[in-house]
Design a protein around this ligand. Structure first.
Ligand SMILES: [Zn+2]
Length: 478
């Protein structure tokens, strides 16, 4: 028997082959921006500029020049003018930092919920995500999104598969990523019509098919098994109050599993890498978004103090998370040696509330992250970006704002000893409050720059997850 054919092409070259130039649309975070263009703006070399940025200490820098170090220097050249000056001419707050451009971001996100030009047909499978990012971003900015309630329920009714779960749109196969985004969107708009549009029994059955013999979950039937699958499945199960028992026909029952949680903690544990972060699947590289999924998963399973300490090496995780801070930029990167990117304001910044609930402390610089978001990640015309020079999109707008909320608030886990915080009820025991006014040196924002509380596990507006869960707890059966 001959060995299976393995393509020697990289994924991106295969993508080039699949997509004809005319059918390609630019990736949301892509940009034609050329860092060299910024040389004339920056004027001086990076090293000459360090002393001017006195709010954020710079690290020791070794002399080894690599392709990576060069790209990092180029990115820094592009970002520094925004940290040291105000190239967008934004109005400044009392700390000399650009104010949150609330109105512009609201307009950008409302526009993102509107119609798209024909090339965006290629994004159809991601439609639930665009809706979720936009709605979540709007609520973080304090907007009432109830006007979208009917439209959201109507949109996703067409994307729900008869066998359970949601696809991107009508006639598409269901996928856990689309399911997660659709359910969160329905939870954000809330109300009986939105809740009742979900076929919970079919969802339970569909999720049963994702549970794998090693304890993890796939993203789709026969699809990739990774930590997004576990997190998305648990978020949906918890919000919809689905039974923890596996459906009778779930394939993993043949391995002796009886519940969705069997073997899961150990599987998440296997995703923690030698660096301390969490990867998509055992053996892969640690990554910011997967770290949030892994921590979120454990925080759904039980009190963070129990589950995180049981399944993760916390000192190693703390080291990895704190190492994601980029200096002097102040924002986060998602992996070792990568560039700062505004979306990790949430994927890494959002991890701290969960970690602090488990070990009582975090190791992060709130003011540096807030400074990056307000100074470098706000696009002149509205919306937020990965870094200066990139175009805004709903994804980076949503997660920059979620990161800003994480910075501006404290979260407390307020569980009891009565065992009521297991069986996917743990995530409803959180309390949140704004960072105290007297936190001198940490607060670099005025009250007008404060965004709303965001639920630290579900990443939806405060109170919406609780309302949904309560609604389904009050129902008998499906
Ligand atoms: Zn990003």
């Amino acid at each position: 028997m001959s060995a299976p054919q393995v393509s020697s092409q990289t994924p991106s070259s295969r993508l080039e082959e699949i997509l004809t130039p005319s059918s390609r649309i630019e990736e949301l975070s892509d940009s034609e921006f050329d860092y060299e263009d910024m040389d004339s703006v920056a004027g001086e070399s990076v090293s000459e500029q360090f002393p001017r940025l006195n709010l954020i200490a710079s690290p020791l820098k070794d002399q080894l020049v690599t392709e990576t170090s060069q790209v990092q220097d180029e990115a820094l050249e592009a970002i520094l003018p925004f940290l040291e000056g105000n190239p967008n001419d934004f109005e400044l707050n009392s700390f000399g930092i650009p104010k949150l451009q609330r109105k512009k971001h609201v307009a950008f996100l409302n526009h993102a919920l509107g119609e798209y030009p024909p090339p965006f047909a290629a994004m159809d499978a991601s439609r639930p995500w665009i809706v979720y990012w936009s709605l979540q971003g709007l609520t973080a900015l304090g907007e009432d999104v109830s006007e979208y309630r009917e439209r959201v329920a109507y949109t996703f009714a067409a994307g729900q598969h008869p066998d359970g779960g949601f696809g991107g749109g009508h006639g598409q196969l269901p996928h856990l990523a689309a399911t997660y985004a659709a359910v969160l969107s329905l939870v954000i708009v809330g109300g009986e019509e939105a809740y009742e549009s979900i076929d919970r029994k079919a969802m339970w059955s569909y999720l049963g098919g994702m549970k794998q013999p090693d304890g993890g979950f796939t993203m789709a039937p026969g699809g990739e098994e990774d930590i997004r699958g576990a997190f998305c499945a648990l978020v949906v199960m918890s919000l919809l109050n689905l039974p923890l028992e596996l459906p009778p026909d779930a394939p993993s029952r043949s391995q002796g599993y009886t519940t969705f949680l069997d073997g899961l903690g150990t599987w998440v544990s296997r995703c923690q890498t030698y660096e301390g972060g969490i990867s998509a699947a055992p053996g892969n590289e640690a990554h910011g978004a997967y770290a949030f999924c892994g921590l979120g998963c454990l925080c759904l399973m039980g009190p963070p103090k129990e589950t995180l300490n049981e399944y993760l090496n916390m000192p190693l995780l703390l080291h990895w998370l704190s190492s994601r801070h980029t200096f002097p930029e102040g924002g986060y990167n998602g992996r070792t040696n990568k560039l700062v990117d505004g979306c990790y304001s949430h994927w890494i910044g959002g991890c701290w509330a969960l970690v602090e609930a488990a070990i009582g402390k975090g190791l992060w610089n709130r003011s540096a992250l807030a400074r990056y978001i307000l100074s470098a990640a706000q696009f002149k015309k509205g919306g937020l970006v990965d870094k200066p020079g990139k175009r805004p999109d709903a994804y980076h707008t949503c997660y920059n704002l979620a990161g800003l909320s994480a910075v501006q608030h404290h979260y407390f886990y307020d569980g009891d000893d009565k065992g009521t915080d297991h069986e996917l009820r743990a995530a409803y025991k959180w309390k949140g409050a704004q960072l105290e006014e007297d936190r001198e040196g940490e607060r670099v924002w005025d009250q007008g720059d404060v965004v709303e509380l965001v639920h630290p596990v579900f990443v939806v507006p405060w109170g919406q997850a609780e309302s949904c869960r309560k609604y389904f707890e009050a129902k008998e059966g499906f």
